[in-house]
Design a protein around this ligand. Structure first.
Ligand code: NDP
Length: 327
């Protein structure tokens, strides 16, 4: 039986391209669990993979897509049986292992987490890696010991996927959220998610001073580069910033001043290789702390055929919130 899939390949000159076509189960990579994919999404990394703008895909041919939710149809793994609802985020899927943009996936059972009862497959993908990473950032700030009564939190890349979910979560948890965005037209969207102050990203994206006015006790940064440097420079004494993204750049043109003069901490957040216990904790907290009405408000549903265009749009910073694809 063949099924639809997006397949990325490259030619003799290493030029990458993709086709929307069909594949067979025998084409899938090795794994001990087979999943009927019910929903997926387009993350920034998927955009980079499909457009070829960064070397995300490192094995060819490859089905991209780093996130999926679906139902187990066959399993040789002790934790999973046919009929189980599961979620997959990362672990190199969609990079070196056939991923989510196909109706069937064969995966390692160790990579999977159970779909929380609070969510449908579609809602889990509306969250996706971006939302699960936003939760990891919130957990990093909490584990550092920060609480909403200590001051406001700034969220950069606010209208994007990580930013939107981070705002919804932090506002629900009682934080005063300052949202940094380049899209002034999204002010009411960001306020509806729970932001109480909107700043233009130009305030943070140019080269700045080693230390600035102390403006926030915490930060969730999806942008990197000068933006992260400026967020650190304006973090209050004893605060912390969870850094997960590079939408502006991978560089960090910062000084040590915030660290050595204000005791500020930079907390690195990775979702791809995060251990299973951390994933389970993040998904449990998403089920407890993410307002479903806000999740719906930040989600746009698109068709499978629209994935390539969405990939181009997300890399161009044109996607608001999160995209979900029902297979
Ligand atoms: P999105 O494209 O949805 O959001 C990124 C946002 O960043 C944009 O919406 C925009 O927000 C802002 N932005 C874009 N370009 C620039 C720029 N040049 N300068 C300043 N701001 C910019 O992506 P995601 O939310 O899915 O991902 C955000 C980042 O986090 C990406 O870099 C991604 O690779 C990374 N990431 C990392 C993970 C990890 O495990 N560490 C996991 C998931 C994501 P606005 O329009 O509001 O200004």
């Amino acid at each position: 039986m063949s099924f639809k899939a997006i397949i990325i390949d490259r030619d003799a000159d290493k030029k990458q391209s993709f086709t929307v076509g069909e594949m067979q189960e025998s084409d899938l990579h090795e794994g001990d669990v087979t999943v009927a994919v019910e929903a997926t999404t387009v993350n920034y990394k998927d955009g980079l993979a499909l457009t070829g703008k960064a070397p995300v895909v490192r094995k060819f041919p490859l089905v991209p897509g780093i996130d999926l939710a679906g139902t187990v149809t066959a399993s040789e793994h002790p934790d999973w049986k046919s009929g189980d609802k599961v979620v997959l985020n990362g672990w190199g899927v969609g990079e070196t292992h056939h991923g989510a943009y196909a109706e069937v996936a064969r995966l390692k059972g160790d990579w999977l987490v159970p779909l929380p009862q609070a969510f449908s497959s579609k809602q889990a993908m509306a969250i996706g890696t971006a939302g699960y990473t936003a939760m990891l950032c919130v957990l990093a700030l909490e584990d550092f010991g920060l609480t909403p009564d200590q001051g406001p939190v700034v969220v950069t890349g606010a209208a994007g996927g990580v930013g939107s979910v981070a705002i919804a979560l932090l506002a629900k948890l009682g934080w005063q959220v300052i949202a940094s965005t380049g899209r002034a037209a999204e002010e009411s969207y960001l306020r509806d998610l729970g932001a109480s102050e909107i700043i233009h990203r130009d305030e943070l994206s140019a080269p700045g001073k080693p230390l600035g006015k102390e403006r926030w006790i915490a930060g969730v940064d999806a942008v990197g580069s000068h933006t992260l440097a400026n967020v650190l420079a304006s973090t209050r004494y004893g605060g912390a910033v969870a850094a997960c993204g590079l939408a502006q750049g991978m560089d960090l043109p910062a000084s040590v001043a915030p660290f050595i003069l204000r005791g500020v901490a930079l907390l690195g957040v990775d979702s791809v290789m995060a251990p299973k216990a951390k994933r389970l904790r993040a998904w449990e907290r998403l089920a407890a702390d993410l307002d479903i009405a806000k999740l719906d408000a930040l989600t746009t549903t698109i068709g499978f055929e629209a994935i390539p265009q969405a990939a181009a749009d997300i890399v161009d910073g044109k996607v608001r919130g999160r995209l979900v694809i029902q297979m």
